[in-house]
Design a protein around this ligand. Structure first.
Ligand code: ATP
Ligand code: MG
Length: 374
């Protein structure tokens, strides 16, 4: 069986690596000739809105999925008429728009930060009076890795921020003083069976994920709240495949930040740290195969490599460290790889992380995770 992935980045690459042992072949489509999934799976080079190319691609695939969110939803809807598209185009379209995403969270009873929609300048005064400051102005569409966002310290700066975002449709959100950022990855089959991975803690730097600690050290009440949100969201969208929900933890409660209708950076630790990885389970769900066990194997910490890779030889000398080079050329702000350090318990994970930080000169990145591990 061949599955077509629209988008040929590191997520498609890791899907292909997970699919191969199942006897499932992944084929990716991306406009970049050097898209990094191309090193491990056949790559079709075409624009994401080239309908003729998308149709040719779909014709040779049993089902279609995607590895990033800025795929054209109308194009996906068209493909859905000829091949199963999993997750469905509704799920993609909902997640693509921060406005409809927040409406969905409200519908399933999950809290979000206070917000106001600003689709044009006439809505600025209402937003100034309803949303608490400091706030963050985010474009409704096409944001990722903290792009398309501007901090707005007080109401008087909103108009300028809106202009700087090109007067695109936006949401204005109160900046939440959260205790922690948590996320959950879950996967749902075509028959509606849902399995959740453990809730994890994420540390972001400049709006980009830096570290994931799995499982998060949290109460069972928070885990239940996150799982219940995942279950209601997946039901509401009739979702098939893996997805993630990012939360802010505020005074023992969860506020949803956003959902990602795909495998997620905060689930990379599952490759070595869970019985079945998010990539394998996503492929299983899309291919109509039974899901694998989402239980953790011990404890894990994932370190994102942003901009450039640290020294590979030093890294590989750390016990329990698993290296992932995405095969991308270095560039400031670009996710070029990650490492997951696994251990049987927190004390062992702490020792391994400390060693990795020293050998790789990544003390600042690793410090928050060490603090959590006590
Ligand atoms: P990604 O693609 O990495 O998920 P994104 O561009 O979709 O990022 P968000 O997830 O909305 O953007 O924001 C990125 C980060 O910025 C969050 O993980 C969080 O650290 C911070 N942030 C965003 N919104 C808020 C908020 N309302 N209050 C406090 N911090 C926030
Ligand atoms: Mg995010």
């Amino acid at each position: 069986m061949r599955i077509g992935v629209i988008g040929g980045g590191q997520l498609a690459r890791m899907m292909a690596l997970a699919a191969a042992p199942l006897g499932v072949r992944v084929h990716a489509l991306d406009p970049a000739v050097d898209a990094c999934s191309g090193e491990v799976a056949p790559l079709e080079v075409a624009a994401f809105d080239d309908l003729a190319a998308l149709h040719r691609f779909a014709d040779v695939c049993a089902a279609i999925t995607f590895d990033f969110e800025n795929v054209s939803a109308p194009a996906l809807r068209e493909l859905a008429a000829v091949r199963p598209v999993r997750p469905n185009p509704l799920s993609l379209a909902t997640a693509q728009d921060r406005g409809s995403e927040k409406a969905l969270f409200a519908r399933i009873g999950t809290g979000v930060a206070p917000f106001a929609i600003i689709d044009d300048a006439s809505q600025i005064p209402a937003a100034q009076s309803t949303v608490g400051f400091p706030a963050i102005l985010k474009t409704r569409r096409f944001g990722y890795d903290g792009k398309g966002q501007i901090s707005v310290a007080d109401a008087s700066l909103l108009e300028d921020a809106y202009t700087r975002l090109g007067q695109a449709p936006c949401v204005l959100e109160t900046r939440i003083g959260f205790q922690r950022e948590l996320s959950i990855v879950a996967v749902r089959t075509q028959e509606g069976e849902l399995r959740c991975y453990p809730l994890v803690e994420n540390i972001h730097v400049n709006g980009v994920l830096s570290v994931t600690l799995a499982p998060a050290i949290v109460s069972s009440a928070l885990v239940e709240a996150a799982e219940s949100c995942a279950s209601r969201l997946a039901e509401a969208l009739d979702y098939v495949g893996a997805f993630a929900i990012e939360f802010f933890e505020v005074d023992g409660q969860l506020l949803a930040n956003e959902m990602a209708p795909r495998v997620h950076n905060s689930g990379h630790w599952t490759i070595e740290g869970a019985v079945t990885s998010q990539f394998e389970n996503h492929i299983r769900a899309v291919a109509g195969l039974p899901l694998g066990d989402t239980s953790p194997r011990g404890v894990s910490c994932m370190l994102n490599w942003i901009g450039e890779l640290p020294d590979r030889n030093q890294a590989l000398s750390v016990p329990g460290l698993h290296w992932h080079d995405y095969g991308k050329s270095p560039r400031a702000g670009r996710k070029v790889g990650h490492a997951t350090i696994t251990a049987n318990d927190r004390a062992e994970l702490r020792r391994r992380l400390k060693l990795a930080a020293e050998l790789l000169g990544r003390q600042a990145q690793v410090e928050p995770a060490l603090a959590r591990l006590g």
